[in-house]
Design a protein around this ligand. Structure first.
Ligand SMILES: Nc1nc2c(ncn2[C@@H]2O[C@H](COP(=O)(O)OP(=O)(O)OP(=O)(O)O)[C@@H](O)[C@H]2O)c(=O)[nH]1
Length: 312
């Protein structure tokens, strides 16, 4: 490894949070607002389409995507190899931000960072869990596991709820003994210095016992693409037939009615949106991923509904 050992271990910030909670948005703000810091990002998309990597690449920072699995379990080895590649790059690195996929248990990732091969090269400075102020399911085991692992909690989407709601979520998190909750209403609210440079006591990265792992198999996903633009009304009609079964949908879209524009599609809970895409070097057409719980998401029917719009 090329990393300059005399400079000490490179600080790592691990960002976790359930699907659609706001991890990529937070990291985007951090990469754009990192000042003189030289930051690299490693992002893990559960599906085979690396949407988050494409979104974050617009920051101009070094962004590496790991796809088709979860870095807390099946892709642990890929994470180690990627970290070694980042560290051996030769140029100065002041920090690495890792975005876990929304289905990851962060303990599996923290454990990987304590692998002997990396132990002196990286230091886990913060585990930051993003909590959606508007939609969260306190009974969900994965949500609780991600909170248990957090050093800090970032409350996203506070702009969508009332101040009273924000107080309510803060009280809930305090009751769960989370030390510090940051409410992010704009990029300037993000305390980057706190996330890098203040590692809490972490004896060896393991909490004792066997970490509870949340298998990716609780979620299934459908990737759907089209080489040509689609009709927006047909797309909307197709997605409406299965939106209620989804935990998440996202991707890039060219639509026939607006031939000169390119859009990013986002679906979280009951909210769906299209916004102008900032994707550098876009692939023409449509690239989408839809994620749902195994017992709820009927992939075959969703695929049939989407396939029908190729000819609409
Ligand atoms: N209004 C508002 N929208 C937000 C905020 N944070 C994220 N969003 C929106 O929420 C949606 C999901 O945000 P992402 O940052 O992609 O969420 P994520 O956790 O990275 O999603 P996955 O990687 O798919 O799990 C997008 O439409 C964002 O624009 C926020 O603070 N306020």
């Amino acid at each position: 490894m090329n990393h300059d050992a005399a400079a000490g271990p490179v600080p790592v910030m691990l960002v976790t949070g359930v699907l659609g909670s706001g991890k990529t948005t937070l990291i985007n703000h951090i990469l754009h607002g990192s000042g003189g810091r030289s930051l690299a990002a490693i992002v893990n998309d559960f599906g085979a389409v690396n949407i988050d990597e494409a979104v974050l690449s617009a920051s101009g920072r070094s962004v590496i995507g790991l796809k088709n699995g979860c870095i807390c379990c099946s892709l642990q080895g890929d994470l180690l190899r990627t970290l070694r590649t980042v560290l051996s790059h030769g140029s100065r690195i002041d920090g690495i931000v890792i975005e876990a996929s929304g289905v990851s248990d962060p303990r599996g990732i923290a454990e990987a960072l304590y692998d002997p091969i990396l132990k002196d090269a990286v230091r886990l400075d913060s585990v930051v869990t993003v909590v959606d102020a508007e939609e969260h399911d306190v009974s969900d085991g994965l949500w609780r596991a991600q909170l248990d692992a957090a050093d800090f909690v970032v409350l996203s989407k506070a702009d969508r709820v009332t101040d009273k709601d924000v107080l309510g979520v803060r009280a809930l998190l305090r009751a769960m003994r989370k030390k510090t909750v940051f409410v992010i209403r704009e990029a300037a609210d993000i305390p980057i210095d706190i996330f890098f440079g203040n590692p809490p006591e972490r004896p060896d990265g393991r909490e004792g016992g066997t970490p509870r792992r949340f298998a990716d198999s609780r979620f299934v996903h459908l990737e759907w693409s089209s080489e040509t633009p689609v009709s927006f009304s047909a797309f909307q009609g197709a997605v409406q037939t299965f939106a209620a079964q989804l935990a998440r949908g996202k991707g890039f879209l060219s639509i026939r009615e607006r031939p000169d524009e390119r859009f990013m599609f986002q679906l979280v809970g009951t909210r769906a949106s299209l916004s102008p895409s900032t994707q550098p070097d876009p692939t023409p057409g449509v690239q989408l991923v839809f994620i749902g719980r195994e017992e709820q998401f009927d992939i075959e029917r969703a695929k049939a509904a989407l396939d029908a719009i190729r000819f609409a």
